[in-house]
Design a protein around this ligand. Structure first.
Ligand SMILES: Nc1nc2c(ncn2[C@@H]2O[C@H](COP(=O)(O)OP(=O)(O)OP(=O)(O)O)[C@@H](O)[C@H]2O)c(=O)[nH]1
Length: 871
């Protein structure tokens, strides 16, 4: 609608003298000088509006009589309509969407007009009202925008003024500081010279305002709102501005920071030569100094050197060492490659982070208060250990909520009339061996259960020996006294043989007769424990950073790694950072034995911890540290150390070590092998083929073989005879793995018979070469299988070890035997496709071309790596 016409034409159209129209246009705020100037449609409408308003004010009634009462507009049409009559008759272009009837409101007091209006009001009034409202809202919008623009302008002004004030203040402060530093003071005491500044242009001496002046400034500042408001005209704006003051305070703070920063930057820039870019690419190579331990993985080394893994692999390759990123290299190789890459290496002091940790632990201060005793129950099989613990737990554990279901968390504490007692509910021997290995006391008191109807048995004696070795006092619980065949006195007499003398015989061992079945005497036992605890004067600091021992641990479906720990010192609280064996983390939640969340746990209190990075071992200690960095450092260092020890242990057991001995004497060397395979045919084939590889220098001896997974007994056999275990399409179960890791047994998995023979052949012929090895990078346990028409069988899994990567090949294992080898079709977490899933996380796995996955299967993810054989 931007049709243009000249004023002259418009005057003709509306039948108005040109001069009159020019005058009206001028009054409407559109001054035109020439009648031949163009008038736009918008200007026409503006003029129309003006004329309408003018009529409303005064002479409308006159015009009304002649004005058409009704205007009819048709759907989507552009029309020229004429409004007004006589002098005011005008024509404008209008585009309409539908047919509407418009009418002008009757002029107030205009009787004739009102009479005429009567006929059309029912139709037009509504539309007229709508138009009026529209016009009104447009007007308000415009006003609002103008007001906002005005406010913005004022804010900008205020910001600028504020900035200038702050700059001024900062400049004065700098000058004042500089002037104070410079003893030279000019004649007038209030006038000081500015500090000579190489960058600053020589400036005239400035006046440092005396104190009152500063006060004045303060006053000025406090009056700031008035000062600023003074420039504001209307009340509405004042209110708006007052709100803005608050905002501008925040802005000020923000600006202050950014100003500070930008000033800092400006200084930097001026130092580095003016308006140059702040960052400059370093031209000199950075020489890093890194600490390397006994062994390090190529990936870790690359990280320390801030290089890509591939660069280190390449450098190693140039040095004649073939290694992948995940492979471990020894200290010397790591130092050589570090120097080759132009960096410096030094031997890491293994105790680095540990020393820091120790300092951290010793830092603990506070007064030691009395703490509850920690009790372990021991005894011969079937003498009633479990029954006694169950009875105490059932009757004494404060089971908070309805039902009172206690959870098995490996330990619990009871509250007796004489105080709290904590019981360790773990196999007694394990608790002792761990305790002894660590040289720390986990248990304060041993309760030795002896069945009154049976007598002192081998495990009773063993328990006595354990307690003695650990210097832990004994309390004897003579159990099953409810039985008719019970003879407590006989037990006490038999115990004399093991030098356990009852108090009633003049000895120092408390003996309590009880029945775990009826509960008779159980309270006496608890009293005896409390008494013993008093004698022991058990004390601990119960505030500050906690330390203690892991009693039990597991990987929980959904909750991740869960550890039951016994706090020995300090207070373990939610949110604490802790290092726990080779794991670390932040305590996400703490639960007691009743499954209730607790905010913290003090000395001798067992508690379940959530939030660790992995599953720690039972017997591992834990320490709370101030920050995550230290926790992570210590955990990683310990992990590296553990790996190193394993590597060292393996060192003498590797198949290749036999090669090193070959030719060093006349005697024929022997290579022992334990061969396990998925089917009998493979066992036979391997046994024959491998034995046949024997030669003058070496005798290949298969000392054990069989079908099925590698068991603990296979591992034990290999450990005692320094044999290499060959798993052909089979895997070691958890207990076997423990023995293998603990003894550094050389375990190798294969899936191609030729590879087994080739490897052993190379060893037998003393050939060093590249060996292709399979490394298992992750294991997922199938918990459930879902069938979908789109994806086939999808296994709901929990990654229990390492990491499962979509891009790597996989095998499906059932009872430690490989049942399928292939690749992943899909790897998902909560309906999202992912590239990898880490330990302790659930995921959905679809195996390509294999629909027979079952719950309980394992899916192992592996990669093939090339390893350079070394002697
Ligand atoms: N009559 C009677 N029977 C008892 C008592 N205490 C335990 N028993 C029974 O003795 C048997 C063995 O008890 P457990 O508590 O399992 O013994 P345990 O020492 O824990 O046995 P292990 O766990 O195998 O070492 C069970 O059948 C109990 O019911 C008792 O005080 N009186």
């Amino acid at each position: 609608m931007s049709q243009k016409t000249t004023i002259r034409k418009l005057a003709e159209l509306v039948n108005t003298p040109v001069e009159k129209l020019l005058e009206q246009l001028s009054e409407a705020g559109m001054p035109f000088r020439d009648a031949d100037e163009e008038v736009t449609s918008a200007q026409k409408i503006k003029l129309l509006g003006f004329l309408r308003r003018a009529h409303g004010r005064g002479d409308e009634a006159a015009g009304e009589t002649a004005a058409p009462k009704k205007i009819t507009l048709k759907r989507r049409q552009t029309e020229e309509i004429t409004v007004g009559g006589g002098k005011n008759k005008q024509t404008v272009d209008v585009t309409v969407r539908k047919k509407v009837v418009l009418a002008r409101k009757p002029a107030p007091g205009g009787a004739a007009a009102a009479a005429a209006e009567k006929k059309i009001v029912p139709v037009d009034d509504e539309h007229a009202e709508i138009l009026r409202k529209l016009e009104e809202s447009k007007r308000r919008n415009l006003e609002e925008q103008q007001r906002l623009a005005e406010a913005d302008r004022r804010r900008a002004e205020e910001a600028e003024a504020e900035r200038q004030r702050a700059d001024e203040a900062a400049r004065r402060a700098t000058e004042a500081a500089a002037a104070t530093a410079e003893p030279e003071i000019s004649e007038a005491p209030a006038v000081r010279k500015p500090a000579p500044n190489a960058n600053a242009a020589p400036a005239a001496p400035r006046v440092v305002r005396p104190e009152p002046a500063r006060d004045d400034r303060k006053g000025h500042k406090s009056r700031g709102s008035h000062a600023m408001v003074s420039g504001v005209e209307d009340d509405d704006s004042t209110a708006r501005f007052a709100g803005q003051l608050h905002l501008s305070a925040a802005d000020r703070a923000r600006r202050g920071v950014s100003r500070g920063k930008s000033r800092g930057r400006r200084v930097e820039q001026s130092r580095s030569g003016g308006g140059e870019h702040g960052f400059q690419r370093p031209t000199e190579k950075i020489v890093r100094e890194i600490a390397i331990g006994e062994a390090i993985t190529v990936g870790d080394l690359a990280q320390k050197l801030a290089l890509k893994g591939g660069e280190v692999v390449k450098a190693l390759f140039k040095m004649g060492v073939m290694a992948t990123i995940t492979q471990t290299i020894d200290h010397d190789t790591a130092v050589l490659v570090t120097e080759e890459l132009g960096h410096k290496a030094m031997r890491a002091d293994a105790g680095d982070a540990e020393t820091e940790l120790l300092a951290h632990v010793e830092d603990r201060q506070g007064e030691a208060n009395s703490r509850p005793p920690v009790v372990t129950i021991m005894g011969h099989v079937d003498h009633g250990k479990t029954s006694l613990l169950d009875y105490i737990r059932r009757t004494k554990v404060a089971t908070g909520e309805a039902g009172g279901i206690t959870q098995h968390i490996g330990a619990y504490h009871v509250e007796t009339s004489k105080g709290v007692i904590s019981f360790l509910d773990t196999p007694g021997h394990a608790a002792f061996s761990q305790m002894r290995a660590r040289g720390a006391r986990l248990t304060d008191i041993v309760v030795l259960v002896v069945a009154a109807d049976d007598g002192v048995m081998p495990q009773t004696r063993e328990a006595i020996q354990h307690a003695r070795a650990a210097k832990v006092p004994l309390i004897v619980a003579v159990n099953k006294i409810d039985k008719s065949s019970a003879d407590p006195m006989r037990i006490k007499n038999e115990l004399l043989e093991s030098e356990v003398v009852a108090e009633e015989f003049g000895g120092d061992t408390q003996m309590v007769e009880l029945s775990a079945k009826t509960g008779q005497g159980v309270d006496d036992l608890l009293d005896a424990i409390s008494l013993q605890a008093e004698v022991l004067e058990l004390r601990a600091v119960d505030e500050g950073r906690a330390a203690g021992v892991v009693i039990e641990s597991a990987l929980d479906k959904g909750r991740g790694p869960v550890a039951t720990v016994l706090v020995q010192q300090g207070r373990l609280a939610k949110g604490d950072y802790l290092v726990c064996g080779v794991q670390y983390g932040r305590v996400r939640a703490l639960f007691d034995e009743t499954g209730r969340q607790v905010p913290s746990a003090g000395p001798s209190i067992p508690v379940q911890v959530l939030g660790l990075s992995g599953v720690p071992d039972a017997g591992d200690d834990f320490v709370v540290v101030a920050d995550e960095r230290l926790a992570k450092d210590v955990a990683q260092q310990r992990d590296a150390k553990r790996r190193e020890t394993r590597l060292m242990k393996q060192a003498g057991n590797r198949m290749e070590d036999v090669m090193a001995q070959m030719g060093q004497g006349a005697a024929q060397q022997q290579l022992n092998l334990v061969v396990k395979a998925d089917v009998q045919g493979s066992v036979e084939a391997l046994r024959e083929a491998l034995t046949a590889l024997s030669n003058e220098q070496i005798r290949i001896h298969v000392i054990g073989s069989g079908v099925g997974g590698i068991t603990e007994s296979d591992a034990q056999l290999a450990a005692t005879s320094k044999a290499t275990v060959i798993g052909f399409n089979v895997r070691a179960d958890a207990s076997a793995r423990k023995v293998i890791e603990g003894n550094g047994v050389d375990l190798r998995y294969f899936s191609i018979i030729y590879d087994v023979i080739d490897q052993v052949k190379q060893v037998a012929s003393g050939l060093l070469g590249v060996e292709i090895r399979e490394e298992i990078i992750g294991i997922a346990e199938v918990r459930d299988v879902f069938r979908s028409s789109k994806f086939g069988a999808v296994a709901g899994c929990m990654v229990v070890e390492g990491v499962v990567r979509k891009s790597k090949p996989i095998r499906v294992l059932r009872d430690s035997v490989v049942v399928f080898e292939g690749e992943l079709e899909s790897l998902r977490r909560y309906k999202e496709n992912v590239d990898e899933v880490k330990e302790g996380t659930e995921c959905g796995i679809g195996v390509k071309a294999y629909n027979d996955v079952k719950a309980g299967d394992q899916i192992e993810c592996f990669e093939r790596i090339e390893v350079q054989r070394t002697l």
